[in-house]
Design a protein around this ligand. Structure first.
Ligand code: GLA
Length: 368
């Protein structure tokens, strides 16, 4: 981050999108591969400089709150904690973060595994950096957002959500190597569309289960003798003697291969292969990694019933939230109608569905 790039600013508006992950689940914290894309839904933060150390936030839907830059971010109330923690980490790095009045709005459905909290962290990071007259470095903002989750919120999550929110490209998904943090644009196959299907169930106990999965992966990597499961192959799994750890590690190793195979299949327009890989990813997450839920299994299975569906799987951390399907363009509406009707008949819940295009990562919208 260049702290000398310009004079401090009076007002800044920054935005950052949510994401949907097409394949590569629970691989990011194993230094592996993921294939997410930015969503056309985002969080926008407008901030105006104050001459004290108070941050006020008013937000449509979430109400109003305030905190001092001198408060411990962990003591700040729920959603404002993400903003407070970002400000805190930036100030720790020497950025002269000022008190600000923030008005905020978000079009990202909350709790649907579409990374609304990562978008909040990244938008806040971009905003605070720009108001200090510095240029936000997207990868650095993503790393700080991950630190917010790990050190302040208390979830040992990986880097995928923040990194795609900060670096997504309009028009393409991103193959991200979560070790080097390099990302490569990947075009969706011609004639296809991405459909997000919200189960309308929300994650429960997800945070503690998430951390348990991560620990299982670390034990398995240690048993095999590699720095991370990214470095392991299926024939090394015998070294993992604990059966449950072996099953978890098996998912991660195969899922990494599936991401790379999906990218290759996308380059060749091999829709049948992409569909099989997405479906197998879901099966593995459900049966081997055990992070799916009845509702996620149901909605993915219902989507697959329709001929217009190429593949369907849960997306994000799991235990509730949304699933994703790749569908044939001309059948997208028919698939959506089928899913809403059948899912409601089976569960009594009316799903929200969105047909989405890969959208731009975080940006500064205006600066004064
Ligand atoms: C959550 C985490 C990510 C990633 C996914 C699972 O979204 O925040 O880092 O681990 O779960 O792929």
């Amino acid at each position: 981050m260049n702290l000398n790039s310009g004079a401090e600013r009076r007002a800044v508006t920054a935005r950052a999108p949510g994401r949907v992950n097409l394949i590569g689940e629970h691989t990011d914290y194993n230094d592996g591969f993921v294939l997410p894309m930015g969503l056309p839904f985002d969080t926008t933060i407008s901030m105006e400089r104050r001459d004290d150390r108070t941050v006020t936030i008013s937000s449509v839907g979430w109400g109003e709150t305030s905190f001092s830059l001198d408060d411990d971010p962990g003591s700040v109330e729920s959603w404002a904690r993400y903003v407070a923690a970002m400000a805190h980490f930036l100030a720790d790095e020497g950025l002269p973060v000022p008190g600000v009045d923030i008005s905020m709005r978000s079009t990202i459905p909350g709790g649907a595994s579409l990374s609304s909290s990562a978008a909040l962290e990244v938008a806040a990071g971009f905003g605070f950096t720009a108001i200090c007259g510095a240029e936000p470095d997207p990868v650095h903002m993503a790393k700080l957002g991950q630190r917010v989750e790990n050190e302040v919120i208390g979830i040992q999550s990986g880097i995928m959500d923040q990194l795609i929110s900060a670096t997504a490209r309009e028009g393409s998904a991103s193959l991200i190597d979560c070790r080097s943090l390099e990302s490569t644009p990947v075009n969706l196959p011609d004639g296809t569309r991405v459909l997000i299907m919200d189960t309308m169930t929300r994650r429960e106990l997800a945070d503690s289960e998430y951390d348990l999965r991560r620990q299982a992966c670390e034990r398995a990597a240690a048993a095999i003798g590699v720095p991370a499961l990214r470095d392991a192959t299926a024939d090394q799994l015998d070294a993992v003697t604990a059966p449950l750890d072996r099953r978890r590690a098996g998912h991660v190793i195969a899922e990494n291969d599936r991401v790379l195979a999906t990218v290759e299949a996308m380059e060749h327009g091999d829709l049948a292969a992409i569909g099989a890989l997405m479906n197998e990813s879901h099966r593995s997450l459900s049966e081997d990694y055990e992070v799916s839920s009845e509702a996620l299994d149901q909605i993915a299975a219902i989507a697959r019933e329709h001929d217009g569906t190429i593949g369907a799987r849960m997306t994000g951390g799991g235990f509730g939230g949304a699933a994703v399907a790749l569908v044939h363009d001309e059948h997208a509406d028919a698939v959506a109608t089928h899913v809403v009707e059948r899912y409601e008949a089976e569960t009594g819940r009316r799903s929200d569905l969105w047909s989405v295009v890969p959208s731009e990562g975080a940006s500064i919208v205006s600066i004064a």
